[in-house]
Design a protein around this ligand. Structure first.
Ligand SMILES: [Zn+2]
Length: 366
């Protein structure tokens, strides 16, 4: 039976289509429910800036008729014979990153690169994504997390990518209680980087953006203490001025260009860490200014990486929702209900960026 979904048809072109089977789009390999796998039907999904990069900027190269999406909560409709912890009918949160947990890189602690750089990112990258009547999850025991009864599925969708990615940015910066932090970019991932820094005990949080209401959300809900509007001057100059020339201990980059990392070096204290989670889809070279990097002698660390994904990570984050230590509702400015045409509208919303938008999500009506 044909599978309906919202797909990338080629660079610059999207639409609702039907396919005969799910596939690994780069190889054409048909995806069936293997012994360790599960097939899931989505209940709630969210469109992501990555979907825009993929469709409209060719961020991962061309793809033909690939179902989009990597953020979903769903219900298991088929399960492999060697999946022990999940059964048909279970409601599950599906991470955007679904590594192969038996790989050597997973054993090294870098599961997100389980089959080569970034290859834990499978959905809507090299296999059909989650905006379809059903989708394929590899390594179900290692990758799925049960959706608790008292957690709203639309809230839970924020865990798949936004929360885990933002928190990974904060954790990669190894924030200590009382440290000062700058967060560059207050989109949904930047807001979650801010929330992560706040949960880890940051004192002052300098939030860099150009939209007042995003700062209001960051301040009211996620611990931001100072607004740095980059339209009013270089963010690094403003941070240096606000901190009397000291700079900050940690800088979390969730937006910007290939130049942002170098700029951040200019307001980072010696011994500080810059943690980048921004996908740099364009540009050839990242330039680090010699003097701001203290002629190579400054102990200014630059790190960054794809969020780990997987079940353990998602279960941890789910507990934060259950204990009300984290409230993701302020992120979800547009809650839609409908079908795959509605998912298309959600992506169009992200493309057109109406005032007041942070993140749309879609509850699917079957
Ligand atoms: Zn995403």
């Amino acid at each position: 039976m044909a599978i309906k979904g919202f797909a990338m048809l080629g660079i610059g072109s999207v639409g609702v289509i039907e396919k005969d089977y799910l596939e690994e789009v780069t190889t054409g390999k048909r995806l069936e429910c293997g012994p360790l796998d599960a097939i899931v039907k989505p209940i709630a999904v969210a469109t992501c800036t990555s979907d825009l990069h993929t469709c409209y900027e060719g961020g991962i190269g061309d793809r033909k008729n690939m179902f989009l999406g990597h953020e979903a909560v769903g219900e298991i409709i088929e399960v492999g014979e060697h999946v022990y912890d999940f059964k048909v009918g279970d409601k599950v949160i599906v991470p955007a990153i679904t590594p192969d947990w038996n790989s050597i890189n997973a054993q090294r602690g870098f599961a997100q690169h389980s089959g080569g750089p970034l290859s834990g990112w499978k959905f809507s990258n090299f296999k059909d994504g989650v905006f379809a009547e059903k989708f394929h999850v590899n390594d179900a025991d290692g990758n799925l997390a049960l959706l608790p009864n008292n957690v709203d599925p639309v809230d839970a969708v924020m865990l798949c990518d936004m929360v885990t990615t933002g928190f990974h940015c904060a954790e990669s910066a190894d924030i200590k209680i009382g440290e000062t932090v700058a967060v560059i970019g207050l989109g949904p991932v930047g807001l979650m980087a801010c929330a992560g820094a706040n949960l880890m005990g940051a004192s002052e949080i300098y939030a860099v953006d150009c939209i007042d209401f995003r700062y209001e959300v960051a301040h009211k809900h996620y611990g931001a203490t100072h607004f740095v509007n980059f339209k009013k001057g270089k963010f690094q100059d403003q941070i240096n001025e606000l901190t009397n020339g000291r700079g900050v201990d940690k800088i979390l980059i969730a937006a910007g260009t290939v130049q942002t990392i170098g700029d951040a070096c200019e307001c980072l204290i010696n011994g500080g860490i810059i943690s980048n989670i921004n996908y740099l889809g364009t540009g050839d070279t990242i330039t680090i200014p010699r003097l701001a990097w203290d002629v190579g002698m400054g102990h200014k660390t630059i790190t960054g990486g794809l969020t780990p994904g997987g079940r353990y990570e998602l279960e941890k984050l789910t507990r934060l929702l259950q204990t009300n230590k984290l409230n993701v509702k302020p992120l979800i400015t547009h809650r839609l209900k409908g079908n795959f045409e509605t998912v298309a509208q959600s992506l169009a919303l992200m493309k057109n960026k109406p005032e007041g938008l942070i993140k749309p999500a879609v509850e699917l009506e079957w």
